[in-house]
Design a protein around this ligand. Sequence first.
Ligand SMILES: [Zn+2]
Length: 270
Amino acid sequence: MTRIELFALLIYIVFLAFFPFSFVAFKKEKDVSGIENSTPSTEVVASTVTPRNEVFEILDDKYLVSALYYSDNFIEKIRESKTTLNFQSRIVLNLSSSVTDKLRDKYIDGLMSLFPKEKDVNKSNLVSPLDRYRVGKEETFHDDAIDLFTLEGHSVKSMSYGVVVLSERGWLPGKPDKTVSNNGGNQVIIFSPNKKSFYRYCHLGGVAVETGDIVEAGKIIGTVGHSGLIASQYGHGEHLHLEINQYKKNSVVYLSQKEILKLLRGIRKK
Ligand SMILES: [Zn+2]
């Protein structure tokens, strides 16, 4: 065998040795791109998707989370003011009309399943959302919420133990599509297993929690700000807008301002 023949044989062996691998590599690349473009095989799904509680499919949709949050009364209110609605409210309204009792039950059950079984969820351990605030004469403004006045930058704490179902920090003046609620601005909604209650904190500056976080009562969730259409205007802001809605069988009922005030005063006495 000449040197040239030996060299050719070597090249041939190297080719034979690597060709199958290069073929596999090519095939793999094709499989990966197939995930985006076509229906992936079950094998690929199993290795790329981490199993998550079903409720996260709902939590991924901020508009649906809002539609599931608002009280029946509020939904009725926005339905009546149909002509003056901004497009976010229209989306929420449309979604709310397709929210069935079954979906809401599934959502609430899913949220309840996120909490450890051994935790006594019926034990209410409420914490004041602000260290200092005053309830001014503006308190007559809302029926289904309360405005707690304080300086901007103050820490806002979660009133209760619960799971963060909505966390938004992108509000920008003149860009109503950045948050689900143009009026609420940067907001956090926390679901508490105690009495199946939702706590909504609006007009925040900074937001310190993410959707899906389980928080203890007293956990800092953000700071008082002036985000939101009206709160951002001169002479507004400097307050925390707080709402508490409760899930009752097949409906969501808001706590009146008087009821929220009573809760807050109960905490102060402790
Ligand atoms: Zn308010």
